[in-house]
Design a protein around this ligand. Structure first.
Ligand code: GYE
Length: 350
C-alpha cells in the first residue's frame, strides 16, 4: 500500500526509537530503521476483496480459500468486505478500496450487470481489478484485468446430459420428465449458465420443463420454493437445483410432503440433481442416492487469484478468462460418462 498512513506509522516508531537517545550512532540506527521499514511496508501488497455474500457452503469455502491465500506471512494485507448479496454494498466497498489506495481489487460480483461506472472509477485510479467466480457484462472488457471461475453453462449441460443418458438407460420417454428448476440468484453468472444449460436441453430433448423459480442459492429458500412448487404441480419427477444448499432444502420439503427422493422415476420417486459438491451433507445424500447427480463447482480460487496477481505484478499478461476443470459425481452406475462438444466427462463416485 502506497498509503500515507503506513509512512506515518513508520515515522512514529522511529520517533519512539529516537526519543531519549541523543548519540550520533543511535540516530544513524534510526535512519536505517526508517529505511528498512519503509521498504517492508512497500513490499506488502494490499488487496481489497469484495465478496458477494455468505449464502452457501460454496461461498464459505471460497472466502476461506481467499483468506488463506492472502496472508500477512505471504506478503499480503487482505481487506475483506461481505456484500450481503447487495450490489450497492459491493459498489460502496470498491469505492472504499479506491480511497484506501489498495494495490489490487478482487471482485466476486453478485450479478452480471451494473458495474461499468465503479469499474471505470477503479481504472481511473490505476487499480487493477480481478474478477473471481462470477462475471460482469462490462461494456468494455478492459475494465477488468482477468477473471477466474467455472464454466456454469457447461456445468448445466453436463447435468442435463447425465439426465438424458440416465433416463434413456431406464427407458423413460422424454415427455415423461416433468422438471422444475430451483434457480440461484437471478442475474448471477451461475444462475444464467446453469439455467441455460437445462432450458436448451429441455427444448432439444422434448422434456417438460414446468417452472423456473429462484431459491436464492440458500437452503431456506430452496425448502420454501419446493413446497410452493408442490402446491402448483402434482407430477414433478425431476428437481434441478442450481446448488446443493437449495437441494438440501428441497429434499426436506419433498420428504415432508410424503415424497420419496431417488432415481426410480417409474416407481414415483422424485429425482434431485444439483451443483457444487462442497457441502458434506450433500455429498452424503449423493452417496445415499438422494441426490442423483452433482456437477462439481470448485470454490478454491484463493491460490488462483494470487497467481494472477503475482503474474500482473511481474509484468506478465495472464489469460483474460481462466476456467477451472470440474467433475461430475453420481453413485448410480448406469452412466459412466457424458460427452459434450467432443469432450468426455467421466462420472465419479461422490
Ligand atoms: O454454486 C452457489 C453459490 O457463484 C459458483 O454461488 C457460485 C455459486 C455456487 O452461492 O452455491
Amino acid at each position: 500500500m502506497k498509503s500515507f498512513l503506513k509512512k506515518i506509522s513508520v515515522l512514529l516508531l522511529a520517533a519512539a526509537l529516537l526519543s531519549g537517545c541523543g548519540s550520533r550512532n543511535s540516530a544513524q540506527t534510526a535512519e536505517d530503521f526508517i529505511e528498512e521499514n519503509e521498504e517492508q511496508a512497500d513490499d506488502i501488497i494490499t488487496v481489497g476483496f469484495s465478496q458477494l455474500g455468505a449464502e452457501s457452503d460454496w461461498r464459505s469455502a471460497n472466502t476461506d480459500s481467499m483468506m488463506s491465500a492472502f496472508t500477512e506471512d505471504s506478503g499480503y494485507n487482505l481487506i475483506y468486505k461481505n456484500g450481503q448479496q447487495k450490489q450497492a454494498n459491493q459498489i460502496t466497498a470498491i469505492r472504499t478500496f479506491i480511497q484506501q489506495e489498495v494495490d489490487y481489487i478482487v471482485l466476486a460480483p453478485a450479478t452480471e450487470s451494473g458495474w461499468d461506472t465503479v469499474l471505470s472509477e477503479a481504472r481511473e485510479a490505476g487499480i487493477p481489478v480481478i474478477l473471481v467466480d462470477r462475471r460482469v457484462n462490462a461494456s468494455d472488457k478492459n475494465l477488468f484485468s482477468c477473471w477466474v471461475g467455472s464454466d456454469f453453462e457447461l456445468e448445466g449441460r453436463k447435468v442435463a446430459a447425465w439426465i438424458k443418458a440416465f433416463t434413456e438407460a431406464k427407458d423413460i420417454a422424454p415427455e415423461e420428465l416433468h422438471i422444475v428448476n430451483i434457480q440461484g440468484n437471478l442475474g448471477s453468472s451461475a444462475q444464467i449458465g446453469r439455467t441455460r444449460g437445462l432450458a436448451n436441453a429441455a427444448r432439444e430433448n422434448g422434456w417438460d420443463l414446468m417452472a423456473e423459480v429462484s431459491g436464492d442459492f440458500t437452503e431456506t429458500k430452496g425448502r420454501e420454493t419446493m413446497a410452493a412448487l408442490l402446491k402448483r404441480f402434482d407430477n414433478v419427477n425431476v428437481v434441478y437445483c442450481e446448488n446443493d444448499n437449495m437441494a438440501i432444502g428441497a429434499i426436506d420439503a419433498l420428504e415432508s410432503a410424503g415424497k420419496t427422493v431417488g432415481s426410480n422415476i417409474a416407481k414415483g420417486e422424485v429425482m434431485v440433481v444439483s451443483f457444487d459438491g462442497v457441502n458434506e451433507k450433500a455429498l452424503e445424500y449423493a452417496r445415499e442416492g438422494k441426490i442423483s447427480c452433482i456437477a462439481e463447482c470448485n470454490p478454491l480460487h484463493g491460490p488462483r487469484v494470487r497467481a494472477l496477481i503475482e503474474a500482473l505484478r511481474s509484468g506478465e499478461s495472464p489469460q483474460k478468462f481462466n476456467y477451472v476443470d470440474e467433475k461430475l459425481f453420481s453413485s448410480l452406475n448406469d452412466v459412466s460418462g457424458v460427452m459434450i462438444d467432443g469432450m468426455e466427462y467421466n462420472v465419479e463416485n461422490p
